[in-house]
Design a protein. Structure first.
Length: 539
């Protein structure tokens, strides 16, 4: 049983919750973080699933995490080490060819020219466009979103100071978009359109199109022909934590290395962190938060509650419905948590040996993400199965082998492989995930074996996390790793719901600080930092 009193309680010890706690403590607040699991990090965690194997069980690479947060909280001094990946992408084909991409543009063009000289010429131009659009909108992502929608005045009273800040943010976005000049129409399409027509317009080689298209569907239950997938593609090329814009890296020791560094920063700032301490309810009095009750008994009092769990859990599980206005409850109930992602973690006796790229031991193409997605139609067919409630017959596989650059996470000579799978719909038309997940994992392994025949015999251990397992384990509604779909109607001023995009809620003292808030999903830390800034503004 725990009791106590703090200036702020943070619900959830994921990376965003820890970032919020650190910034609040840095400002002199007494902060307590409550984590229901035995490990910190939320979806960005490392667990020793089998003796000697340290596995990034959910999130597996990093790029979007803000360098400014690393600097402010001195995370490198606390042990955070990000290992670059070069090359960063490998797509094998059954005809004996393959496509390898990385940070070296000249090397990328040489690879692409094997399929299309035209595409090799256009590839740098495509990347430059994405970089220009990313640079334009990133400043908007690095602050609380403006509440600038023409909504009923009775929904929320907004003071003059906030209105002025919101006008300033909208003007900042307007100027940034204006600066794009002739790129502005392309930017609008990237922010609102579908990935497939954009990629087909830019490139002619199917393998290049399909490799790039995987970034448009990761964590999304959507076809690459669906509006909004272009933004998911753009979202994944932001960030510089991997060493350069759009370059993804591994956290040494597994993704939990980020949580370890944040925990050390929090400890030195005086933050209290309680593990295996699930919250039962958020307490309110006269439309203000007063603390939380714990599942194991006890009450922790605080005038500020920052919730890093999703909106469904925060508002529909932890709060009494009477604490929220009806329009807000309805909006929260309508949030889309559609998910079609599964995760398979493997311990291997040897790396996958691709027939199109034979090698002995670790080769350069093992360093980055290995894609099983040879064509756009392959991706579409994988989605087609899922939209009818069936796990894909031939799923899209994104695989990483972090032991290719990090020797600290497996016994000598052994390997850890992460397999992120699309599309595995949370809602099945027939059956239950507990009954079908192992068979689905077999299907994924057999698909990979067509490209790398040694893999089935190389498997020592495996863990299969269905969308239902992701929900149960990490507390993410519907197994949605973004804490809510990243559709246009659930971004920026619409996230989590229209009228409340600045981390505040209708209950005074209650804030959202996780991926349910702007700017959304990914291991960014931005949601946590932005929330802390707004909390401190109100204190």
């Amino acid at each position: 049983m725990a009791n106590g009193s703090y200036d702020c309680v943070v619900i959830g010890g994921g990376h965003n919750g820890l970032v919020t706690a650190a910034y609040l403590a840095k400002a002199g607040k007494r902060v307590c973080v409550l984590e229901r699991r035995h490990v910190l990090g939320g979806c960005a965690t490392t667990e020793e699933l089998w003796p000697g194997y340290k596995v990034s069980t959910a999130a597996y690479v990093i790029s979007l995490f803000l360098p400014s947060i690393m600097q402010d909280l001195r995370l490198k001094q606390y042990g955070l080490t990000i290992l670059p990946r070069n090359p960063s992408s490998f797509t094998p084909l059954l005809d004996g060819r393959s496509l390898t991409l990385g940070p070296d543009m000249s090397a990328c063009q040489t690879e692409i020219s094997k399929f299309s000289e035209r595409d090799a010429t256009r590839y740098p131009l495509y990347n430059q466009l994405l970089e220009r659009v990313a640079e334009a909108i990133e400043p908007v992502l690095e602050q609380a979103a403006p509440d600038s929608l023409p909504l009923p005045a009775e929904w929320r009273k907004i003071g003059i100071a906030k209105k002025m800040r919101d006008v300033g943010k909208m003007m900042q976005l307007y100027k940034a978009m204006s600066a794009l000049g002739e790129d502005f129409p392309a930017a609008v399409e990237l922010l609102t359109g579908a990935a497939r027509p954009i990629l087909e317009r830019w490139f002619e080689a199917e393998v290049l199109r399909a490799t790039l298209a995987t970034d448009a569907i990761i964590g999304a239950f959507a076809s690459i022909s669906s509006p909004g997938t272009a933004y998911v593609l753009l979202h994944h090329v932001m960030g510089e934590a991997g060493g350069a814009r759009g370059v993804w890296g591994y956290v040494q020791g597994g993704m939990g290395g980020l949580a370890d560094a944040l925990e050390k920063a929090c400890h030195d700032l005086g933050v209290t962190i309680l593990r295996e301490t699930p919250v039962a309810a958020i307490l309110t009095n006269d439309n203000k938060v007063s603390g939380v009750t714990l599942s194991g008994g006890g009450i922790i009092e605080a005038p500020i509650i920052a919730s890093s769990v999703d909106a469904n859990l925060t508002f529909q599980k932890f709060l009494d419905p009477s604490a929220l206005p009806e329009y807000f409850r309805n909006a929260v109930a309508n949030i889309d948590y559609s998910s079609a992602s599964a995760k398979i973690n493997l311990a291997l006796s040897e790396p996958p040996q691709f027939t199109c790229q034979p090698s002995h031991g670790i080769a350069p193409h093992h360093h980055g993400t290995m894609h099983i997605s040879p064509t756009l139609d392959f991706i579409e067919r994988a989605y087609d199965d899922a939209k009818y409630g069936r796990p894909s017959e031939e799923p899209v596989l994104e695989m990483t082998l972090p032991t290719s650059v990090d020797s600290t996470i497996a016994p000598a000579g052994k390997h850890v492989m992460s397999m992120f799978v699309q599309f595995a719909p949370y809602q099945l038309a027939d059956g239950c995930w507990d009954d079908v997940k192992e068979g689905f994992a077999d299907r994924c392994i057999n698909l990979l074996a067509r490209y790398a025949p040694n893999v089935p015999d190389a498997i020592i251990h495996r863990q299969v996390l269905s969308p239902l397992d992701l929900e149960r384990t990490y507390g993410i509604t519907g197994g949605n790793i973004m804490q809510g779909a990243m559709n246009f109607n659930q971004l920026m001023s619409f996230r989590p719901v229209p009228g409340w995009a600045d981390h505040r809620t209708p209950v005074k003292g209650l804030y959202l600080c996780g991926a349910a808030s702007h700017p959304g999903g990914g291991v960014m830390g931005t949601c946590g930092r932005n929330a802390a800034i707004e909390i401190l503004r109100d204190c």
